[in-house]
Design a protein around this ligand. Structure first.
Ligand SMILES: C[S@@+](CC[C@H](N)C(=O)[O-])C[C@H]1O[C@@H](n2cnc3c(N)ncnc32)[C@H](O)[C@@H]1O
Length: 244
């Protein structure tokens, strides 16, 4: 363990939430395990950490993925940007405590930013605003505050995770298009397949009517679908209204 690593925030948090962060060295040794490492470093492997804390494991995995892509495309910034966004888009975390969620989002984004800035500098280029905005958007969406055991957010609503599915990747693909689809954690648990592009719409609350109550006017809620977009532009969160 390095000298300035803070693994415990307070005795109360350890007692109430089992909050003890894993030292970097241990994280690195665990992610390096033969058999695990080969699969986890692939940009397309989905990883969900159910008690993500401040993101120690996801950051380690992200940095390995970015290094692999930098080695694969040493001269091609556009390819690196597209695949790097795909690499971050398949990393997910769920965490109970709000401050940890915020820290985790920042930590992941900073790891992406630092690596990307250094890679671009080697090619005498600067990071692009749309790539950074997209990394920020994906990270903020993929790290969710909630209770993994209850499978709900702290206010009882569903935990919703987004899949960022690439439309077609060939050997020479440079610009990757993705379609975003929202799944609830319940959908994932029950292996329910969701139509690509689905924007999760919560089921409206129903109220028990009395025998002589008037039937309330119920206006149908608009239903939306995400549009296929270049991964570097996902920050725009483009969607269209569809007939319900
Ligand atoms: C032992 S720490 C590990 C954190 C991180 N995985 C690491 O290795 O550094 C456990 C984390 O799980 C969170 N946690 C506790 N109960 C949880 C629950 N029911 N759902 C989601 N997160 C939870 C705590 O707030 C804490 O950040």
């Amino acid at each position: 363990m390095s000298g300035n690593e803070r693994l415990i925030k307070s005795k109360k948090r350890v007692q109430q939430h089992g909050e003890v962060f894993t030292p970097k060295e241990i994280v690195d040794a665990m992610v390096s395990l033969p058999g695990l490492n080969e699969s986890i470093v692939q940009y397309s492997t989905m990883v969900l950490e159910p008690s993500v804390g401040e993101g120690a494991f996801l950051i380690n995995i992200l940095e390995r993925r970015l290094q692999l892509l930098a080695d694969k495309f040493p001269e091609d910034l556009v390819k690196f940007e597209n695949f790097a966004l795909l690499a971050i888009s398949s990393l997910y975390g769920i965490e109970l405590l709000e401050d940890n969620v915020k820290k985790c989002v920042i930590n992941l984004y900073v790891a992406f930013f630092d690596f990307y800035k250094n890679f671009a500098a080697k090619l005498n280029k600067a990071p692009k605003a749309n790539v950074l905005e997209s990394a920020k958007t994906i990270t903020a969406i993929n790290i969710v505050q909630g209770d993994f055991l209850k499978r709900t957010k702290n206010d009882g609503r569903q935990i919703v995770l987004s899949e960022w599915n690439p439309l077609q990747i060939k050997r020479n693909t440079k610009h990757i298009k993705v379609i975003r689809t929202e799944y609830t954690l319940e959908d994932i648990y029950h292996n329910i397949k969701i139509e690509p592009g689905t924007v999760y719409t919560p089921v409206p609350e129903t109220k028990q009517l009395g025998l002589f109550d008037d039937q309330p006017d119920v206006l149908p809620l608009p239903v939306y679908r995400y549009l296929p977009v270049n991964i570097v532009d996902v920050y725009k969160q483009e969607m269209e209204e569809i007939d319900s």
